[in-house]
Design a protein around this ligand. Sequence first.
Ligand SMILES: NC(=O)c1ccc[n+]([C@@H]2O[C@H](COP(=O)([O-])OP(=O)(O)OC[C@H]3O[C@@H](n4cnc5c(N)ncnc54)[C@H](O)[C@@H]3O)[C@@H](O)[C@H]2O)c1
Length: 244
Amino acid sequence: MSARVVLVTGGASGIGRGIATAFAAEGDRVVIADRDADAASRVAKEIDAHAVTVDITDAASVAAAVAHVAETIGPVEVLVNNAGLVAGGGPLTSLPLEVFDTVVAVNLRGTFTVTQAVANQMIEHGTRGRIVNVSSIGARQPTAGLGHYEATKAAVDALTRTGALELAGHGIRVNGVAPGPVHTPMTAGLMDDPQARAAWESRIPLGRIATTDDIAPLVLFLASDQAGHITGAVIQVDGGQLLT
Ligand SMILES: NC(=O)c1ccc[n+]([C@@H]2O[C@H](COP(=O)([O-])OP(=O)(O)OC[C@H]3O[C@@H](n4cnc5c(N)ncnc54)[C@H](O)[C@@H]3O)[C@@H](O)[C@H]2O)c1
């Protein structure tokens, strides 16, 4: 298979970094698109990839980054919408609206904006592209205090299905992966607290928190020709947590 141009948002850390590393190991031309410019360049250097600075909450920044990638590396063939955050937690009755707005701006509006820009580029170039959205099992299973985050991920799942339907005629497939808890900088605070970690582990039938290496292979599969008849699916990687 020839080297594809793979754009990974939030690829400078955690799950996105793991996904970017796995595509690079396959010989693809990976672009780490992150708002943390230093971390993006550092990781790009480590895995022999490219870096582009982008804030996915800013449509102009997204448009510039997506155009820059097409001009300097080539049109995007695989998009991984991974950038996301939790930004704090709390019950619906007291969660500050600023936290809600921040999470909606990155996880939902950002995913929408990047998808729109890249899907238009794919259509323009006649690219039979693949889009993989990083969701969360929280979209389907509630955890108290995370309602704001989970609502954005449920919305990402809805976008995955609508995108799959609307883009199918262009030969573009859109799928999602829904991790359970994963060891990353996002969850490091929780995982360092033995009690909190045990509480998360106790919900997982396979008995352990995922690593980024548990998530990346499914993303690569969904972006591969082997998944040629799969679109609109959101597949969990959660050690069985959704069964409980
Ligand atoms: N860690 C988990 O337990 C877990 C579980 C399920 C789903 N997820 C999802 O996986 C994805 C990655 O999470 P992670 O744990 O690796 O987080 P992380 O904090 O380690 O990495 C997130 C990356 O996204 C970047 N980013 C944040 N906002 C951005 C913006 N506006 N524009 C561009 N880049 C931005 C950050 O700079 C960072 O590099 C997120 O969508 C998250 O919701 C994580």
